[in-house]
Design a protein around this ligand. Structure first.
Ligand code: NDP
Ligand code: PHD
Length: 360
């Protein structure tokens, strides 16, 4: 365990949707000081306020306004203890690899390394036990301090929370069907054209469904006995249908699931979800929500406008929990896609890594 100190943080992709969320959250977090901001050559060399089309409802923090944006070359980031990446996936692969090889602790939101077997794909309120593979990852790459931990896809991050709670209490889940209604901020900026999304629902988010189906298995699985790699579940089947809807922030998901064994009652499920806790809470991480899952009792909740900021965006809200006539139970959940679904999860991952002594 480390004793607490303030960590110097870099944000790569700082000008984007996830990058801006990082800046808001980091500026409110006593564990971090924003040290460096990185983006493309289009932005490099400019003061942050000039390089960025600020879209957060919070004011741009004064501390970053005049900070000069850098290009994403590791040599420019000396003195950073952690590197958060909100980079576009088209560049994240090469850039994040370069930072890891330069011995930085990298926390990524991009999809590029999520499914690598020695990389934790970590939703920090679910599977911090996967950090066990970090030592093997370092050994395989000859690193002393560097490693990479990724977040999941934003819809995955909401889905795995109740699945983990239910799996831990009632045993394996055999089948899950999920239909998402995903906010436009999930597509970054400028994202979906207004003529496509206003007064409309778009029944395709390219590549999203197979990602969700694979990521859930890795996150809900474990780690090999020698801690060399992650060990995804084999017996769970997941089918995802993903839609884009005209909501700014907050992904809504309708979930139906079947247990492998005897199903619990609706009341037992509600109690299990309410009682769910995670290790990041138990060790006192600043960004861990007090309540991981809010069970909404109102019959017409969750709703994105009303519930996305539950637990400062780090809680999942679940409602309409009821029997399913095909599987065993069905419910609707809501996750804040740029907080627990992206920057907030990365920050909590870093807090956890620091408290557990992985950041040296
Ligand atoms: N939005 C969401 O809800 C979620 C997003 N993610 C993932 O997070 C990442 C960021 O997403 P999002 O913020 O939405 O995307 P944006 O398109 O809003 O931002 C992309 C960022 O990448 C930077 N960038 C683009 N090209 C380069 C380059 N050649 N070199 C260096 N930097 C570059 C941009 O800088 P510049 O301004 O200079 O072009 C910008 O800062 C993606 O990988 C995405 O898949 C994951 C979960 C949820
Ligand atoms: N595709 C997600 C956001 C995202 O960028 O996810 P991923 O990092 O898995 O590509 C959405 O549109 O809501």
């Amino acid at each position: 365990m480390s004793s607490d100190r303030v960590l110097n943080a870099a944000v790569l992709g700082a000008t984007g949707t996830v990058g801006q969320r990082f800046i808001v959250l980091l500026s409110q977090n006593p564990m971090f000081r924003i040290h460096s901001l990185g983006a493309s050559e289009r932005s490099a060399g400019k003061p942050y306020a000039q390089a960025t089309r600020w879209k957060m409802s919070e004011q741009m923090p004064a501390a970053v306004r005049d900070m000069v944006v850098k290009s994403c070359e590791p040599a420019l980031y000396q003195g950073c203890d952690v590197v958060f990446s909100g980079l576009d996936a088209s560049v994240a692969g090469d850039v994040e690899k370069a930072f890891v090889e330069a011995d930085f602790a990298v926390f990524s939101n991009a999809k590029n390394y999520r499914m690598a077997e020695d990389v934790p794909l970590c939703v920090p309120v679910v599977n911090t036990d996967h950090y066990a593979v970090v030592q093997a990852q370092r050994a395989a790459r000859g690193l002393r301090k560097g490693f990479i931990v990724t977040n999941s896809n934003c819809s995955t991050s909401g889905l795995v929370v109740p699945l983990k709670a239910l799996q831990d209490r009632f045993g394996p889940i055999s089948r899950v069907m999920v239909t998402t209604m995903q906010a436009i901020s999930g597509a970054g900026y400028p994202g979906v054209a207004s003529l496509d999304i206003l007064d409309n629902v778009v029944p395709l988010i390219s590549g999203e469904e197979p990602k969700m189906e694979a990521e859930v298995l890795k996150i809900l699985g474990g780690v090999a006995p020698d801690a060399s790699v992650c060990a995804p579940l084999r017996d769970l089947r997941v089918s995802a249908t993903c839609n884009r809807v005209p909501v700014i922030d907050g992904h809504t998901e309708c979930v139906s699931l079947e247990f492998a064994g005897q199903p619990p009652s609706t009341d037992e499920i509600k109690q299990c979800l309410r009682e769910y806790t995670c290790e990041a809470q138990r060790i006192g991480c600043f960004s861990a929500p007090a309540q991981v899952i809010n069970v909404a009792e109102e019959e017409d909740r969750p709703q994105p406008r009303l519930d996305r900021n539950a637990g400062a965006g780090m809680s999942v809200t679940i409602g309409r929990i009821r029997p399913c006539s095909i599987f065993h139970v069905k419910f609707t959940l809501l996750v804040h896609n740029t907080v627990l679904g992206a920057a907030g999860a990365s920050i909590l991952n870093a807090e956890y890594a620091y408290k557990k002594g992985y950041i040296v």
